[in-house]
Design a protein around this ligand. Structure first.
Ligand SMILES: Nc1ncnc2c1ncn2[C@@H]1O[C@H](COP(=O)(O)OP(=O)(O)OP(=O)(O)O)[C@@H](O)[C@H]1O
Length: 324
């Protein structure tokens, strides 16, 4: 049986009194992309740095492709890193930057350059091998950093907010590129992001982290459709997570709302957005925020909106948001 690209067992890390990661257990299969998703400061980078060997493991075990690497230095772990601030060597050209990893791992110059060219082709930059890093756009530099990680032939790639320094248009394009790239490379990918759209777009599975702990791990679409708790639902961007009785919350997904039937409900606020109109509607369960398309906006009549909720689609979740 092929071992997982990454098996992280009961990883914990403290910085003085701060518990940065607590009992984190996670696997990444070969060819699989897993997103570690959570708000700023929840411990995502700490986990990634622990796996990479850049942070001493407080407790737990790290296995890469079946090998226990917990006690090994970063360069001995066989992981490819793409970090936000992982700068390219300014004095080497693009090809030299990408060939550096294989060279360090003992490949001859010709073999290292062959692998570098292959990796550059994967990210669509085969024509730019002779350029210096200073002559690249932000997006191109990001792709060179990726090619450099890919060229090492590592069974595990670690990416920390790989698209964070780019503008929105470029991010959207690279998101699509990356998904295809990950599929072609065949390595396991562990990706850190605080952006839920990025996680959904890139990862087959997501691991949601809160205050040092994993709170939900599952298929990306499944976690979004069925968050385990009110906090996860709100973090993932669900607009309608309403406090319910006895420590519960009601999650009302957009597709639970049927417009144009049922009782009229007062509209208490409305705002035009780039895709239509956002309205607040007074409902017995609590104030609902709804996004109406231009066509649906026509259903706003005299400051009211007729709607019913499909009870089968309303989820009742434990409300764990207190004190956050
Ligand atoms: N070297 C350090 N010394 C002391 N505290 C640290 C150190 N590194 C991280 N921390 C603390 O550990 C916690 C987790 O930090 P970490 O960087 O892992 O979070 P993160 O989820 O990656 O955040 P972000 O999305 O903002 O990068 C935070 O409270 C942070 O302040």
């Amino acid at each position: 049986m092929i071992p997982p690209a990454l098996a992280l067992h009961h990883f914990s890390k403290r910085f003085g009194p701060t518990v940065a990661a607590e009992d984190v257990t996670l696997t990444v299969a070969p060819g699989e992309t897993v997103a570690l998703l959570g708000p700023s400061g929840c411990g995502k980078s700490t986990v990634l740095r622990g796996v990479a060997g850049l942070e001493r493991v407080g407790a737990g075990r790290v296995e890469v492709a079946g090998r226990d690497v917990t006690a090994l230095a970063p360069e001995e772990r066989q992981v490819g890193l793409v970090f936000q601030d992982y700068a390219l060597f300014p004095h080497l050209n693009v090809l030299g930057n990408v060939a550096y990893g294989p060279r360090m791992r003992g490949a001859g110059r010709a073999e290292a350059e062959r692998r570098a060219r292959e990796a550059l082709a994967l990210v669509g930059l085969e024509a730019l091998g002779a350029r210096r890093p200073a002559e690249l756009s932000g997006g191109q530099a990001q792709r060179v950093a990726l090619a450099r990680a890919v060229a090492t032939g590592s069974p595990l790639l670690l990416l920390d907010e790989p698209l964070s320094n780019l503008d929105e248009q470029l991010r959207a394009r690279l998101r699509a590129d990356l998904r295809g790239l990950f599929a072609r490379v065949g390595a396991g990918v562990l990706l850190v992001t605080h952006d839920q759209r990025e996680a959904l777009a890139l990862a087959s599975r997501v691991a949601v982290m809160r205050a040092g702990r994993l709170v939900q791990v599952g298929a990306a679409a499944e976690v979004f459709a069925r968050p385990a708790t009110a906090w996860v639902a709100a973090f993932l961007g669900h607009a309608n997570v309403l406090p319910g009785p006895g420590g519960t919350a009601h999650l009302i997904p957009e597709d639970a709302v049927r417009l144009g039937e049922g009782d009229p409900h007062p509209v208490t606020a409305r705002q035009t957005t780039d895709t239509g109109t956002e309205v607040a509607v007074a409902h017995p369960l609590g104030p609902l925020t709804l996004h109406l398309s231009a066509r649906e906006t026509g259903q706003l009549q005299g400051g009211t909106l007729r709607l019913t909720l499909d009870p089968a689609r309303v989820l009742t979740l434990p409300d764990d948001r207190v004190g956050t």
